[in-house]
Write a protein that binds this ligand. Structure first.
Ligand code: CA
Length: 294
């Protein structure tokens, strides 16, 4: 009897995850049903909202001081084309001034300094060619920087070299405007829905800020869904029905982490922006499904 109830609870919970979040009444109803089964089954397993992907396949806890682990992380260097497509103002380097591991934390530091023709320096790390995966849970525990014109992000890009952005697809697990320290955004970009037309949703803290403590940002990504989490809150689900073009999230993606300065998303720093600004990353972990039951 207990086992049957547990199975039912799992099924109901799974249905709950797959519902559109804007259908609040249905969600409320199912939540009550789910709680009912959870109480009956006398188990804590069903209360976890983050449980679809349980097999750890990649992790960097940033336990070794110095340069980040070169078997996981590479760097984009320079200014890209048109400021990495966004009119960003920084020059990315892999210098210890801009990126290092210290005391168990990865530090990505944006500085105001004249360097190679740019007024700012920072760093952008990526796992392209080193770690790429289709589907799974991607998460990082991060304390964000603060200030007008500061644009940190933890995100994924499609690894297909035969296509160009936005056809390759982009999943922004977390991006943030430094001038709005209570709000993060989760988004996807693809063909027909990129840049200003990206499919996006924000998540805000009520009585807290993202620059004063660490928070966990993650996605759970399977065939035809991407669930966005801030800490344990599932705040958005995106499915093929939500995008206005081809669904391109069915191929390997790689991870990026960076702190951009200026650009179309945040605007330029102003006289009140203080430097340096640092994004602290306690860990990055990636999980996959045990078996193929997404
Ligand atoms: Ca750590």
């Amino acid at each position: 009897m207990i086992d049957k109830l547990k199975i039912k609870a799992h099924l109901v919970t799974w249905q709950f995850f797959n519902l559109k979040l804007d259908n609040l009444n249905l969600v409320k109803g199912l939540l009550i049903v789910t709680l009912f089964f959870m109480i009956l089954s006398c188990s804590n397993d069903e209360t976890q909202t983050v449980a679809r992907f349980t097999e750890l396949v990649m992790q960097d806890e940033f336990d070794t001081d110095g340069a980040p682990n070169s078997t996981i992380w590479d760097y984009d260097i320079g200014t890209g084309t048109n400021g990495w497509g966004n009119n960003e103002l920084q020059f990315y380097t892999d210098r210890v001034d801009n990126v290092k591991v210290e005391n168990g934390v990865l530090l990505i530091t944006a500085k105001e300094e004249s360097y190679e023709g740019s007024a700012y320096t920072s760093a952008r790390l990526l796992t392209k060619g080193l770690f790429e995966q289709t589907y799974g849970r991607f998460e990082a525990r991060i304390r964000l920087p603060y200030g007008q014109g500061i644009w940190p992000a933890f995100w994924l890009l499609g690894a297909n070299d035969n296509e160009v952005w936005p056809q390759i697809g982009e999943i922004d697990i977390m991006e943030y405007r430094g001038q709005e320290p209570t709000k993060i955004l989760g988004s996807v970009h693809g063909p027909g829905y990129s840049a200003g037309e990206a499919i996006t949703k924000s998540y805000s803290l009520e009585n807290d800020r993202f620059d004063t403590g660490f928070h966990v940002f993650g996605i759970e990504w399977g065939p035809e869904y991407i669930n966005f989490y801030a800490d344990d809150v599932l705040y958005n689900q995106i499915t093929p029905a939500d995008v206005t073009g081809e669904w391109v999230f069915d191929q390997p993606f790689y991870i990026l982490m960076n702190v951009a300065i200026g650009g179309s998303f945040v605007g330029s720093p102003n006289s009140e922006t203080t430097f340096p600004q640092t994004m602290l990353v306690d860990y990055v972990r990636v999980y996959k499904s045990k078996g193929l039951n997404y």
